[in-house]
Design a protein around this ligand. Structure first.
Ligand SMILES: [Zn+2]
Length: 155
């Protein structure tokens, strides 16, 4: 769960989230029958897990825009999707153009929180981006003060 709920507003809520719980599945399929009902339930569970993880990662990716990379999904030895990730670039704070940096960090934060179910890692990235947004804002304020002073001098 995300603790940063003050600003944890997912901007994308995938509507294709499976409703309800996944079908209960017994693990320990050592004597799996080729087309038994267990196999069918397992296949259903497998594709549900995959769709869940994919839609989570797609939410990250589409919100990340040009800062995001490709979706990677991890599977366990049974071929069940267990997790995924999308790499995201966090550009260094540009003191000459803090506005652009601020925009990038905002995008990173939104991308981290884009899925309806942000993970702990997602929240960590979001709070890192939030902290950087604060730093960029400080630079933006300084820049503004400076330009105001310059205006006073010249006017
Ligand atoms: Zn995530």
């Amino acid at each position: 769960m995300c603790h940063q709920s003050l600003w944890a507003r997912p901007i994308l809520n995938p509507s294709n989230q499976p409703s309800g719980q996944p079908a209960p599945v017994q693990f320990g399929f050592q004597s799996m029958k080729a087309k038994g009902p267990d196999q069918a339930a397992f296949e259903q569970f497998k594709s549900q897990r995959y769709a869940e993880i994919l839609s989570h990662e797609q939410a990250h990716q589409s919100a990340a825009g040009s800062l995001g990379g490709g979706i990677h999904i991890d599977f366990d030895s049974n071929g069940v999707a267990v997790g995924g990730h999308v790499p995201i670039q966090i550009p260094p704070l540009d003191s000459k153009n803090p506005e652009a940096s601020y925009k990038s960090y905002c995008q990173v934060r939104n991308a981290a929180l884009a899925p309806g179910d942000p993970s702990g890692q997602d929240c960590a990235v979001a709070s890192k981006a939030q902290a950087l947004m604060g730093q960029a804002q400080v630079l933006m304020a300084r820049k503004k003060q400076k330009s105001q002073k310059e205006t006073e001098v010249t006017s």
